[in-house]
Structure formats: C-alpha cells, structure tokens
Write a protein of this length. Structure first.
Length: 596
RNA sequence: GCACUCGUAGCUCAGCUGGAUAGAGCGUUGCCCUCCGAAGGCAAAGGUCACAGGUUCGACUCCUGUCGAGUGCGCCA
C-alpha cells in the first residue's frame, strides 16, 4: 500500500513529506541524466529523523536501498544525491555518512513553517485521506448478551474503538459494529436463568442457582419486570412456550445494560447486528450462503480426523457438511452443521460476513480475545472465499487483562457471580485512565492492570503525564494575558518565528512534524498503541523544554521584555496542544485545560 | 502431536517497511523549586535482544531449528 500524507487546506506543509518529495525528485533527475538507471523502485526510500542528533535533522536511506537494483556502490549514489540536495535552498547541509546514509540539515525556517502549518490546519492536522479506496467495518466487543461486561471485554471495547477512531482519522469511511450472539444455546440458558428470577419475584423460594445457569444478581430486575408484565401467566406454560418471550425480554435487558456499560467508556456502535435475524422473517440467509458456496464447490460432505491432543470421550466419526476452508489457508475444513441439524456458530458467521461484504465493505477488522486465536484462519478463509479475494480481513487479538491491586492479583469467580465488571473499573479509576492504560501496550501483550497505579497521578501513570502537558500548555495561555493582554493563539498564528532556534524547541517541532506519519503507520497496522506512545514522547519533549526555562530564563515561554518572542513561543505551544488534543481524541481521552 | 501469539535492563514494557552507538517508565544512587504548574527536569548505574544456525552491505526485526511461556484444537459462542 502506498503511503499517503495528502492534506487539505490552502498550502499546508509537512517537513517529512516535503523532503521525501525532494529526494524522489532528485533521484528522478539523476535517472533522467543517466547517472542512475531508469525505472528504479523507490518505494523503500524513506526519510526519518536519525537517532543521533549530530547526524542532522533528517536522514535518508535512498542510496542504501537503491544500490543493489542500480548495481552501484551506496556511497557513489549518495555522493551524487548529496550534490543535488545541496542545491535546494531549504537544505543547509547534506553529507554522506556511515554505510551510505545521507544526513540532511535543514534551514531552521522550514521548522518554523511546520509550526505555521499545524496551526493553519488546526484540528485537521494529521488527518489523512489514506482510505479513499473503500469502506471499513470494525467489529468489536460482540460480547454475548448474557450479563454485564467485565474487564476482558473492556480491553476489546477500548482497542476496537481506538482502531475505529484511528481509521476514521486516517480518512476511511468507518462503521462500528457489534454482533449479537442471540441465536445459540447461551441465550437459552439466559432465558432459563431469568425465568428462575421471575419465579423468585413472584414469591417463590428458589434457593441456590442450579449449576449451569447464570447466578448473578443482575437478572433479578429482569425477573421483576417479567412478573410485572406477565403476572403468573407464564408459570402454567411449558418451557417451549415461555422461553421465546422470556428470552427476548432478557436479551433486550442485557443489551440495554451493555450499551450503558459501553457508554460509560464513551463508546457507541453504529450497528448492532443480530445473529438471529439471519434466520428470521421467513428467510434463511445461512442456508443461502451455504448454497452459494455449494455452487462454487466449496462445500462437501465428509469426515474430519479426530484432534490429536486430549482424547475426546464421545468422539463419533460421522460424515458432516464441511466448508473447504483449507483451500484458503486454514488447517482443516470446518463443520457447518451440528449433529442436531442446527447451524454451527461458524455457519452463521459465514452468513454474517457475507452480509458485511454485500454492504460494500472492502476492509474488515475484527477484535478478538486471545482465546479465539484459533478462529482467525477460519474467518479469513471465509472472507477470502465469500469476497472472491476482493476484501481483506484483519483480526486483532488482545491478551487478557490481569487485574491487580497493590501488586496482588484480584481473582474473579464466575460461580459466585462476584466478577469485577467493566463498570466497577470505570467508576473507580475513570474513563480516561482506563482507556489510556488499555492502549498503552501492544494488543497482543498481556496487561497487568493495577488499580493502585492507575489511580496514582504521577509519571508512573502515562495518562496524567500526557494530559498534564496539555494542561501546562493551557496555563501558559492563561498567564500570558497578564503581560500581553492582546496576545492569543490567533495572534501567534501570524507572528515572526525567527526567535525559535534552541535545540529543545526544534526537537519539539520535529516530534510534532511526525504526527501524520504516526497516524499513517498506526492506522495501517491497526495498532493504536503506537499513537499512545507517540503522545507520551511529545509530552516528554514539551516537559523538557519547559524545564529548560528553570535554568535558562531566556527560554521561558513568556518573555515580558519581548512580545514577538513570546508570540513565537505561543505558536509552538499552540501547535503542541493541537497535536496532543487531536491525538488524545483519537484515543478517546480528554485533553484537560486544567488539572489542579 | 498441530496451529496461533510471545520471549528485549532487577521489574513493567516500546523499538515504525531490515538501518548508524538497542530506548522509556518504575526501582537504586546523586542533584534542580525567591523564577511560566516539581503531577516536572538533569545525571549515574543497569543488556549475550531466550539459544543455535541461515539470508545480506547491514538482523531485536526476515527464514529454519531448539528451549521456555500463554491460548486454542468436530457438534461452545
């Protein structure tokens, strides 16, 4: 996929893209002169900030990556390119170094322009139009509607929501979707559990909840509601007669609860898709899907070998309806029908994903817990078959969250119904802290979530560190009115920035200039944690610059003796605030003006 | 047995499409508030990137194997 940093607006500029473009232009010029072979693949040519600041502002690997295809020594290419780059007025220094890197030092005015561009673009800075090719569907949470959400769902919810935000920010047309598993045996169990609470609400003593039913207190209100609605009418009915009604009521109640839980995290899905709807209303879209696959010879009747691991006691070697998923990279073909004749979960999922494709999505993202990792190949195979190779499916897995308190693990017991709900966590530590902590880790890394640490307001807790940078910046804008009542962000936007030149100031601008690159990479990889770590780095650069003012008064932001210097620094601070607030909003975290 | 994910500082973790001397926080040691918010900053110490091969100008990153951890393996969802 091509990287794309295209932006809207009058003439916004990004240092990275501008210099990358310059490098490509000069490589093309060299090719035109015959100094380089024509038709070289430039896709691997990159411009990045070198780790060692003595290597200049930017570096390109162009000579290194082109050497082989061009059949030239890296240093020879580098020398030719250096000569070209030096001729550009924006470049003050260019030299070949190491194995063939080209280190570039830029006119400081370019960094100043970067600040102006960020302020010009405002909330649009960092937005891309990388996704103009197609619509993307992000399916996340999809918890069974059998109870309140717990911490495991929490990570799913936050990661999925951040991926959706990220893709939207990168220019994709995003739909956030929740698949309701309301067709299987678990919702029947829910209905039976609710029926028990119904009898309880009518005065019956029910004693211990039988093994296999859901014991949680959260079903008591459902029982009460059923009693109010139906009186004793349901008591006389056979299970087959009361079950559908009770089930519908219970599922609706559970979904309402789940929506509230999600809302407490600031999450709202666009579509709630019911599994049951696939086979309701006189149609059977699962059968339709199987028939569609059958026409393409992707379904057959056969037997599967028994699993090699632990022996299955009631293994029965029977012929069954199978989907040829092994033809699309899966290890085995997969069953579509159960021995009782009903569809498997996977069969429904095939129909569901066919529906997604029919709705025009070309990119599908699914967020699942690590316990479903075995499902990935299967569903990818399904999408590949159903879209005939035209849509791509990515499954993001996350590891489980270990809840801790002061270093001690908190155990949850489903039996007793005393698990820790998502709501408990949000109520105790707050939405922002929960969201940031869930995102401050790679998805597939295990996460210890310590209540004590997450509520602590210190550097140990990256949420506050980043938010504090934003609040500190806001306080400068409040304070500046004392010295220069007429100075504000609008005034700073058009000011002369030539007074900015300290290494710490330019370092911060470099960080800010990388924002669109970070968005692009994180969106493409579906890895929101990259953005969280980036924001930590921006905050760090800002705090460092701030602290420089302690020892060097001339670096303080507010310079009572110089209005232009103060205005220039306000521009830098304003740009920093913009990046932090935009980035945090993608993560779904507030950017506070004040944190006292 | 097979598949997926992972193994980086004492601890918890980053490391972008393969780039230059592998980074951060915590913890440890020593510093910095008469001064824009110290919820902050500076410095020191701390590494066989699990192990062994391979690919190449170059490997924490890609390939193979070994060891170790987690997850899963018709008809649950």
């Amino acid at each position: 996929m091509r990287t794309c940093h295209a932006t809207q607006g009058p003439s916004p500029m990004n240092v990275f893209t501008a210099i990358e473009q310059l490098v490509r232009e000069q490589l093309a010029a060299l090719a035109a002169e015959g100094a380089l072979p024509a038709g070289l693949d430039l896709s691997a040519v990159a411009v990045e900030t070198p780790r060692d600041p003595t290597h200049g502002d930017l570096a390109t690997n162009a000579a290194l990556v082109l050497a082989k295809a061009a059949r030239m020594k890296p240093r020879d290419i580098a020398d030719k390119l250096v000569a070209k780059l030096k001729a550009d007025p924006r470049v003050t220094k260019a030299e070949a170094a190491g194995p063939g890197f080209i280190n570039i030092t830029l006119d400081v005015a370019l960094w100043h322009q970067q600040i102006v561009s960020i302020l010009q673009e405002g909330a649009g800075y960092g937005r891309l139009n990388a996704g103009q090719g197609g619509a993307v569907n992000v399916e996340y949470v999809s918890a069974n509607p059998t109870g309140p959400m717990h911490v495991g769902h929490c990570r799913n919810a936050v990661v999925g929501d951040a991926i959706a935000n990220l893709l939207a920010f990168a220019g994709y047309d995003v739909t956030r979707e929740y698949y309701i598993n309301d067709a299987g045996g678990q919702v029947d169990t829910l209905a039976r559990s609710a029926h028990l609470r119904y009898r309880e609400a009518l005065g019956e003593t029910i004693g211990d909840i039988p093994e296999g039913l859901y014991p949680g207190d959260y079903l008591k209100p459902v029982g009460t509601a059923l009693a109010q609605q139906h009186g004793k009418r349901l008591l006389g009915l056979a299970e087959a007669d009361w079950l559908p009604e009770v089930k519908a009521t219970a599922i609706a109640a559970m979904l309402a609860m789940i929506r509230e839980d999600l809302a407490s995290l600031g999450i709202k899905h666009d579509v709630f898709f019911s599994e049951r709807s696939l086979t309701a209303g006189g149609e059977d879209r699962v059968a339709d899907t199987i028939a569609w696959l059958q026409q393409r010879d992707l379904v057959y009747t056969g037997t599967l070998p028994p699993p090699k691991g632990e022996a299955i006691e009631d293994w029965e070697d029977r012929p069954q309806t199978l989907f040829r998923s092994s033809k699309f990279g899966d290890d085995l073909d997969r069953a579509l029908k159960k021995s009782d004749g009903g569809y498997t979960y996977f069969a429904s999922d095939l129909a569901y994903h066919r529906d997604k494709l029919k709705r025009g999505f070309t990119h599908l993202v699914n967020v699942l817990g690590a316990d479903h990792s075995g499902y990935a190949k299967r569903i990818k195979a399904a999408v590949s078959a159903l879209s005939e190779g035209r849509a791509e499916m990515d499954v993001q897995f996350y590891q489980f969250v270990k809840l801790m308190k002061n270093g001690e693990p908190l155990t949850m017991s489903k039996r007793s119904g005393t698990f820790i709900t998502l709501r408990d966590v949000v109520d105790e530590v707050g939405r922002d802290a929960v969201r940031f902590m869930m995102l401050y880790r790679k998805n597939d890394a295990a996460l210890d979530f310590d209540f004590a640490k997450v509520t602590e307001q210190s550097k140990d807790n990256p949420v506050f560190y980043v938010q504090y940078a934003h609040a500190r910046a806001a306080s400068v804008f409040r304070n500046v009115r004392l010295s220069f009542p007429e100075l504000d962000l609008a005034a700073a936007r058009t000011t002369d920035l030539s007074s900015l030149g300290d290494a710490a100031e330019i370092e911060l601008v470099k960080q800010l200039a990388a924002f669109p690159k970070i968005i692009n990479g994180a969106a493409r990889a579906h890895e929101p944690h990259r953005l969280a770590f980036y924001l930590f780095d921006v905050a760090s650069a800002f705090h460092q610059l701030w602290a420089r003012g302690n020892d060097s008064p001339h670096l303080r932001f507010i310079q009572p003796s110089s209005k232009t210097a103060t205005a220039a620094r306000l521009a830098l601070i304003g740009a920093t605030q913009q990046v932090i607030s935009s980035g945090l909003s993608v993560l779904g975290v507030e950017a506070p003006q004040e944190m006292r």
